[in-house]
Design a protein around this ligand. Structure first.
Ligand SMILES: Cc1cc2nc3c(=O)[nH]c(=O)nc-3n(C[C@H](O)[C@H](O)[C@H](O)COP(=O)(O)OP(=O)(O)OC[C@H]3O[C@@H](n4cnc5c(N)ncnc54)[C@H](O)[C@@H]3O)c2cc1C
Length: 470
């Protein structure tokens, strides 16, 4: 494990060699960088926090951190749900939010060059002003950064049609652990020169390098969406509707599921007039051009009716649709009013969604644990949210047991323990279970080649050798 006894010397060197980088050493300032959005994980207090303003400063910081053997935690906006940006006791947290410029919108090549600190919603708005569209759309899009989206390979509400962040990345500028700056890819749409380092860095959660610039693909801006809500008397029927739509080849831009607990929490928070008796709800949207959008919803409606929906309503206009989508985006915040939320992120092949839903229901009922499930059902990606009282250690421990059983069900269905939030520090022990020791060894070899001193986000994604996860 990397020692951090070199921190005082590193801070002196940073003051001398990177005087423009903002350095926070006051304990209260550092405290606000202890956690990401995983309230239930224990996290360390950073020894110092540094906010560089450009690539050169990031390179200097990493060169000096390597020289003084001080571990670093790359951090964007801190909205992550896997503990990837949470503090490590005594380490240096490097916050990328000051690299916040959209550098170029290239309409001729349908791409945008951006720094990592730009907020996802701001990037979307900037390219929309040019009639262009950047699809990746995490529910946190108004607060999370592009760097964090790249770090986690973020998903969101339109992956069913447009895929995850990785599908939209053409090239990167990355600072390696020793301060070397490299470029991968570029504006070309096709590129097979060497290994795809671009795809390797995306989703690596700050363990292989720090992304300081990205070239992202764009599309022409689609027209207004058509939006439908469907309510069901059972979770199983909603799961059947999702499977039926997939089987029928219907690819809506959004296909989200909310269970009964989530419907109540969202309706309590936003007074939307949802069907509070429903066991489940689907939010289905089409952004197909012109008349193709209502036609796509007609096809979805047929599949939904066949699965036994109790009622179906369509949004009257774009404002109402925005309102419903925003309420879905705020589902986690609505649930947080009910207690501490441990949000999980399992994914299965889409046809297995009904079995995953049944498994989650069975396990949480057997343990008497309160659970609200919502998520990107169209991608086979569900978020079971285990709600508990943090003052009750037994209840907190029980969420661990329930989580493990849900992970086992997801893997038995051919799925994953994390579809979009990442392994981070929250799910490390499950990585070898899912991918196998051989794949973990290959990942360790890559980590060892790119970060031989192990200073980059140590213990995240890959458990450090000899590390006690206690
Ligand atoms: C209410 C809510 C809703 C959410 N909805 C979704 C959703 O729908 N889909 C989804 O995928 N996620 C969702 N998330 C999780 C989170 O917003 C995403 O994981 C997001 O991508 C994190 O971005 P961030 O800027 O906050 O990154 P951080 O949390 O700061 O960092 C995330 C990871 O990326 C690394 N990192 C950050 N910047 C860089 C960089 N420049 N170079 C290299 N590594 C870097 C960090 O080390 C860390 O491992 C949600 C979170 C909340 C709170």
């Amino acid at each position: 494990m990397v020692e951090n006894s070199g921190l005082p010397a590193l801070l002196d060197a940073l003051r001398a060699e990177a005087p423009g980088a903002r350095l926070l050493t006051d304990p209260l300032d550092r405290e606000s960088y202890r956690r990401d959005e995983t309230a239930y994980l224990s996290a360390g207090l950073p020894g110092a926090v540094v906010l560089p303003a450009d690539t050169a400063e990031v390179a200097t910081i990493l060169r000096l951190a390597s020289m003084h053997r001080v571990p670093v935690v790359p951090r964007g906006a801190g909205t992550g749900l896997s503990g990837g940006a949470a503090g490590i006791e005594g380490a240096l947290t490097i916050v990328l939010t000051r690299l916040d410029r959209v550098l170029e919108i290239d309409a001729d090549n349908l791409c945008v060059v951006t720094q990592p600190g730009v907020i996802n919603a701001d990037l979307k708005a900037a390219v929309a002003r040019e009639g262009l569209f950047y699809p990746p759309d995490p529910a946190s899009y108004e607060t999370c950064s592009i760097g964090g989206n790249l770090g986690t390979n973020a998903g969101g509400l339109c992956c069913v049609k447009y895929g995850q962040t990785r599908d939209w990345v053409l090239g990167l500028e990355v600072v390696l652990a020793d301060g070397t700056v490299i470029r991968t890819g570029g504006k070309t749409v096709k590129d097979t020169a060497g290994y795809s380092l671009t795809h390797l860095f995306v989703g690596s959660q700050g363990t292989l390098g720090i992304i300081t610039e990205a070239t992202l693909r764009l599309r022409p801006l689609p027209g207004p969406r058509a939006t439908l809500l469907a309510f069901f008397a059972s979770l199983g029927a909603a799961g059947d509707a999702v499977a039926a739509m997939t089987r029928a080849g219907i690819v809506p831009v959004t296909l989200e599921l909310l269970d009964h607990e989530t419907i109540l929490a969202v309706d309590d928070a936003h007074q939307l007039g949802l069907d509070r008796d429903a066991a489940a709800m689907l939010l289905v949207e089409s952004d197909a051009p012109g008349a193709a959008a209502p036609a796509e919803l007609d096809a979805a409606e047929a599949a939904i009716n066949a699965a036994g929906a109790t009622s179906i309503v369509r949004a009257a206009d774009a404002t109402e649709a925005d309102w419903l989508r925003q309420a879905r985006r705020l589902a986690l915040r609505a649930l947080e009013r009910k207690g501490t939320v441990r949000m999980e992120d399992v994914g299965v092949p889409r046809s297995r969604v009904p079995e995953l839903l049944a498994g989650i229901e069975r396990i949480t009922a057997a343990h008497g644990v309160r659970c609200a499930t919502f998520g990107h059902a169209g991608d086979g990606n569900l978020h079971p949210n285990l709600i508990f009282d943090r003052d009750d250690p037994a209840a907190e421990r029980l969420t661990e047991v329930v989580r493990d059983e849900i992970f086992r069900v997801a893997l038995d269905l051919g799925g994953t323990v994390t579809a979009e939030h990442g392994i981070g520090s929250a799910r490390r022990e499950w990585l070898p279970v899912q991918v196998g020791e051989g794949a973990v060894a290959a990942m360790r070899a890559i980590k060892g080649a790119l970060d031989p001193l192990g200073i980059l986000n140590p213990g995240r994604v890959l458990q450090e050798l000899g590390q006690d996860l206690g």
